[in-house]
Design a protein around this ligand. Structure first.
Ligand code: TXA
Ligand code: MG
Length: 342
């Protein structure tokens, strides 16, 4: 199949393809999504084929108005907490899980009795959803397992020839996927950290738990609350190793490994101090910028076939830092070297 490349003025073409049961790569403020009509199981099945995604991993349903939840009868009941969250953070990088109705195709819910819903803030995403006239199911538009795409070019690198079209809406501002919170249980719980921080969620809801799988590897046989958490994710082809320690320890450890196959994923302040190849996430401590650049950095490292090992600092778990931590620790397969103990 030939993949059409559309620009921001061609949302009508994207909407037409989606209405006809096709699959389109669309920009959102978090990452690019691979969209199809969320109410059409056959259309949604094409997303899984294009991504090579396991069928037991459910998709997020994207809406363009809070009232779409009721209009399309997506959930059994809208909890008070969902209203509060939507007032505070929608449109934006937050996904809310609620008890679903039978309107949701099995391809979207992957056999769960819940559905994940998000109202993105990207104006082009909103326009496409409105013009399509239906909610859109969309996972990140990468091949399953590889870093999520933050530009139309990234989407084409993974999906050219596999999807009907991609619409170029510029680079994604947040850069990591949405925060996923479930309201389907007694206490609200964050299943995936993202652009909306746990601190912000607690300000609105009070008690909010953090799922174990956000920071830790699931033990063998343990069930993932969010099926996506159990897969090795966000990984470039090179081996990612996280280093825990001071800035000086980081620099001297990486320089001691100096050879052609090593690359450091670092901060601007390190660039002159490191003697290996470098890719910078941005200024030290600027977690928003690190999040925005993370996936592009991982993809750029992959473009260099001589790189076999990527060293990075263990990120902070504060604010949006937690989202970067969660992605990098998975990319590293939970491998952390404690430099203080060496
Ligand atoms: O920012 C985002 O959320 C992007 C853009 C395109 O909106 N989408 C995205 O989708 O990241 P995806 O499929 O790559 O990640 C969705 C995550 C997966 O880990 C999935 O397992 C989880 O959300 N998820 C979806 N529905 C769920 C449900 N009903 N219960 C638990 N987890 C769910
Ligand atoms: Mg994904």
């Amino acid at each position: 199949m030939k993949t059409l490349i559309l620009d921001e003025t061609q949302t009508d073409i994207a909407a037409r393809i989606l209405k006809d049961g096709g699959v389109v790569g669309i920009p959102t403020e978090t990452v690019y999504g691979l969209a199809a009509n969320a109410l059409d199981g056959n259309a949604v099945a094409k997303i899984f084929r294009a991504k090579g995604r396991p069928m037991d991993n459910p998709l997020i349903v994207h809406i363009a108005d809070f009232d779409d939840i009721a209009k399309f009868h997506l959930v059994k009941e809208i909890p008070d907490a969902a209203e509060k969250l939507s007032k505070a953070f929608w449109p934006g990088p937050l996904t809310i899980i609620m008890k679903r109705t039978d309107i949701i195709p099995k391809e979207v819910s992957a056999g769960l009795d819940t559905v994940a819903i998000r109202f993105p803030s990207h104006p082009v995403a909103q326009k496409i959803i409105k013009e399509a006239g239906v909610p859109l199911a969309a996972p990140s538009a990468n091949l399953s397992g590889s870093p999520s795409p933050t530009t139309a070019r990234h989407v084409l690198n993974d999906m050219d020839g596999k999807i009907d079209a991609v619409l170029d809406g510029g680079s994604s501002d947040v850069g990591v996927e949405s925060t996923v919170i479930t309201l389907a249980e007694a206490v609200p719980r964050v299943l995936r950290p993202g652009g909306v921080t746990v601190e912000q969620l607690r300000e609105v809801l009070g008690e909010v738990e953090l799922d174990d799988a956000v920071l830790h590897q699931l033990k063998e046989g343990e069930k993932a609350s969010s099926p996506g958490m159990k897969y090795k994710h966000y990984a470039p082809k090179a081996n990612v190793v996280l280093l825990k320690g001071s800035d000086d320890e980081f620099i001297s450890y990486v320089n001691s490994k100096s050879d052609d196959s090593v690359c450091a994923l670092c901060c601007d302040e390190d660039l002159l101090l490191l003697s290996v190849k470098t890719v910078s996430l941005g200024r030290r401590g600027d977690y928003l910028t690190h999040a925005r650049h993370l996936f592009d950095c991982l993809r750029r490292i992959d473009e260099n076939p001589t790189v076999h090992t990527v060293y990075s600092r263990l990120p902070s778990t504060n604010g949006v830092g937690l989202a970067v931590y969660n992605r990098l620790i998975r990319a590293a397969g939970f491998e952390v070297i404690d430099l203080e103990k060496l």
